[in-house]
Design a protein around this ligand. Structure first.
Ligand code: HSE
Length: 430
């Protein structure tokens, strides 16, 4: 290797699923030097139990103290892979204060404290990079922040959680139960420490907050994102959706409409012909739409150590190169335009409903009357008699969410309606 190349030392916080893959990739110093023109070495690694030793990491590099990594004069770039808010936030802020670039895959930290990190980074001229926080190995952040900076993005629609996409794929393709599919996702290492973060949409909401902030130039936090998980989806819904020409996916949707931002994560019916309907297993994808550009779709492996490590090491190389050349950090993408987050009640969409009603004359008319009186128009309807009870599956035209809620409340009061077993939003545009 050319030892005359500029040299950058990396300090790593955390050696879990992603961290150990990052360490593995960094071992190929010669390849990285050849590609980047910078020699990058792993100088220090903070782990919970340094005494245990870690294959591939020199014992002298291991420490139990993450602050030692951050403050060591022998560390130029800090890579935060601990996850969670504290101590990750304080460690990252300290590194930035010291003028050290921070690379992180911590979506929670970015989605909740992004502006604070950027403000600190701008003050010291350091850099915060977070490609690994969203979409595993797919360069979504970079696409939005760099390649599409000139585009006026008005919509981002994504499958941003590998676990739920894997679960829904297994349920749709193999007819597996929700529990079996989730157990398989855990074995594959896709899930968060608490899988309800995946299933209930918290993980996708944090990722959407990060992407929507960058795409629309405003602050969107995880708490701003409307969220509904996939636990109520049944194989029956999957079968009906397919019959009607749709797949069911957990979508993360960001829209800029009349200066307001829609930010929501929920299961949705999506036409089988839509590119996102084809995204299977743990794969993630994002469709970006911008004025004059049309749809751009990026997809790839969105979960697991090796793909995420590619994103993290890509960021390390980028900041190392910039630092070696003496450049300042990357400018703050969070311009913090004050944009209102549109409440879910004001959102207008078609809906899919599955009801069980008493099968006798006049029932259908009573159900239809409720829809008519609330001005919710029915686009298609399928009724299947199952003896005493008939199952009614219907899809509405575009309707305000608040009107559909009123319809549901009234239907639940009708003695002829036994249950409303599913209510799923429809993203109908292809
Ligand atoms: N649990 C996450 C997922 C891992 O399933 O997508 C990647 O963030």
């Amino acid at each position: 290797m050319d030892t005359s190349l500029p040299h950058i030392s990396v300090g790593l916080l955390g050696l879990g699923t992603v961290g150990s893959e990052v360490a593995r990739l960094l071992r190929d110093e010669a390849l990285i030097a050849e590609r980047s023109g910078v020699r990058i070495t792993l100088a220090k690694v903070a782990v919970a139990h340094p005494g245990r030793g870690r294959p591939g990491v020199p014992p002298g590099a291991l420490t139990g103290d993450p602050w030692e990594v951050v403050t060591s004069p022998g560390v130029d770039v800090v890579v935060e892979l601990i996850g969670g808010i504290e101590p990750a936030r304080s460690l990252a802020l300290r590194a930035l204060e010291l003028g050290k670039p921070v690379v992180t895959a911590n979506k929670q930290l970015l989605a909740e404290h992004g502006p604070e990190l950027f403000e600190r980074a701008n003050r010291s001229g350091a850099d915060v990079r977070f490609e690994g926080s969203v979409g595993g190995g797919i360069p979504l952040v970079r696409a939005i922040r760099e390649a599409l900076t000139a585009a006026r993005i008005h919509s981002i629609t994504g499958i941003l959680n590998g676990t739920t996409n894997y679960v829904l794929t297994r349920m749709a393709q193999e007819g597996w139960s929700f529990a079996d599919a989730l157990a398989a996702a855990r074995r594959e290492g896709f899930t968060e420490a608490d899988p309800s973060d995946d299933i209930e949409g918290h993980d996708a909401a944090a990722k959407l907050a990060i992407l929507a902030s960058a795409a629309f130039g405003c602050r969107v936090t995880s708490g701003d994102v409307f969220r509904e998980g996939i636990a109520a989806i049944t194989p029956r819904d999957m079968a009906y959706a397919r019959e009607l020409g749709f797949a069911i996916k957990l979508l993360a949707i960001g829209r800029l409409r009349d200066g307001e931002v829609e930010a929501r994560v929920h299961p949705a019916l999506i036409p089988l012909a839509h590119p996102l309907a084809q995204v299977a297993d743990e794969f993630n994808a994002l469709e970006v739409e911008a004025d004059g550009l049309g749809p751009v779709v990026l997809s790839g492996r969105g979960a697991g150590g090796p793909p995420t490590a590619v994103a993290v090491v890509g960021d390390i190389i980028d900041v190392a190169r910039r630092r070696a050349l003496g450049g300042r950090g990357f400018a703050d993408p969070f311009r913090l335009l004050p944009r209102r987050i549109r409440p879910i009640d004001d959102i207008v969409l078609p809906f899919y409903l599955n009801l069980q009603v008493t099968d006798r004359p006049g029932v259908f008319a009573r159900v239809a009357t409720v829809f008519g009186e609330e001005r919710v128009s029915i686009a298609s309807i399928v009724q299947k008699s199952r003896g005493e009870v008939a199952e009614v599956v219907l899809v509405t035209h575009d309707a305000p969410e608040r009107s559909v809620r009123r319809v549901l409340a009234r239907l639940r009061e009708l003695d002829v309606v036994k249950t409303v077993s599913s209510v799923i939003r429809v993203e109908a545009t292809v």
